[in-house]
Design a protein around this ligand. Structure first.
Ligand SMILES: Nc1ncnc2c1ncn2[C@@H]1O[C@H](COP(=O)(O)OP(=O)(O)OP(=O)(O)O)[C@@H](O)[C@H]1O
Length: 241
């Protein structure tokens, strides 16, 4: 069974078609990137798959659950890191992550928090009020919150945006190791080099349609960018023409 399967997903926001019949399959153990330009429907797709938003039509299955009919089952089974989300400013990372552990019904929250703070290099800021953390430091805490219960599927919207190059490398390694252990990651990005370097499978989305899928490991450096630009241009010409 694939980790994720969608068929003909559409989403209308008033007159705007954010998704126009998106069908995709993500196999277990894949590090999958939904790669698309700004406004192509990546966040909308993640919000539907994580049970936060209802599609206008079409179907989806996430770890065997329907995110429309069983949103709680999906949210319990997965981890998710939305774009631009911070820990509460008035809590420390330790307090926030212990709270997340409680929501996830984990025993020994202190151990989980210490382990993830070590893995993502924020032990020294565990007891700093989040309002006093930098953007990149807050993002590491949010990454820990998405992974702390070690779910078999994690969604991440733009995973590397606020991280410095050293931290980016560390997070890339973490994501690759997490999938190598048999888990699945679905990330969205408009950075072609992230998809090319990191992922085992890429879906290119343009104007709410999946226009190509590929294994980026089959491409030389820079080739995925050429494919991306060609596919997005072709789709836009088809819509205009
Ligand atoms: N809540 C909303 N109400 C109305 N329109 C929306 C809403 N959310 C998204 N949209 C519109 O739907 C389209 C797709 O947006 P979405 O955020 O899914 O794209 P995206 O690929 O994630 O973009 P980005 O890379 O810029 O984050 C855009 O035109 C956006 O303006």
């Amino acid at each position: 069974m694939p980790a994720i399967e969608t068929t003909g997903l559409t989403k209308e926001y008033g007159d705007l078609d954010a998704l126009s019949g998106l069908s995709l399959t993500v196999g277990e153990g894949e590090l999958f990137a939904l790669l698309g330009p700004n406004g192509s429907g990546k966040t909308t797709t993640i919000e539907i798959l994580t049970g936060q938003r209802t599609p206008t039509s079409g179907t989806a299955t996430v770890l065997g659950h329907d995110p429309v009919a069983e949103p709680m089952a999906v949210r319990r089974a997965i981890g998710t890191l939305p774009e631009r989300e911070d820990p509460p400013s008035f809590l420390t990372p330790r307090e926030f992550l212990e709270f997340v552990c409680e929501v996830r019904a984990l025993s020994d929250p202190e151990d989980h928090v210490e382990r993830w703070a070590e893995r993502l290099s924020f032990v020294e800021t565990l007891d700093t009020l989040s309002t006093n953390l930098s953007e990149g430091q807050r993002q590491r805490v949010m990454l820990a919150a998405a992974f702390v219960h070690e779910p078999e599927l994690v969604f991440i919207d733009e995973p590397l945006v606020n991280l410095d190059p050293i931290m980016q490398e560390q997070v890339k390694r973490h994501l690759a190791d997490y999938c190598a252990a048999g888990n699945t990651i679905f990330l969205s990005t408009h950075f072609v080099e992230v998809a090319q370097e990191l992922c085992t499978s890429v879906g290119i989305v343009s104007d709410g349609r999946l226009v190509a899928t590929c294994d980026p490991r089959e491409f030389d450096d820079g080739e995925l960018l050429d494919v991306f630009v060609a596919e997005v241009d072709a789709e836009r010409e088809a819509v205009v023409g």
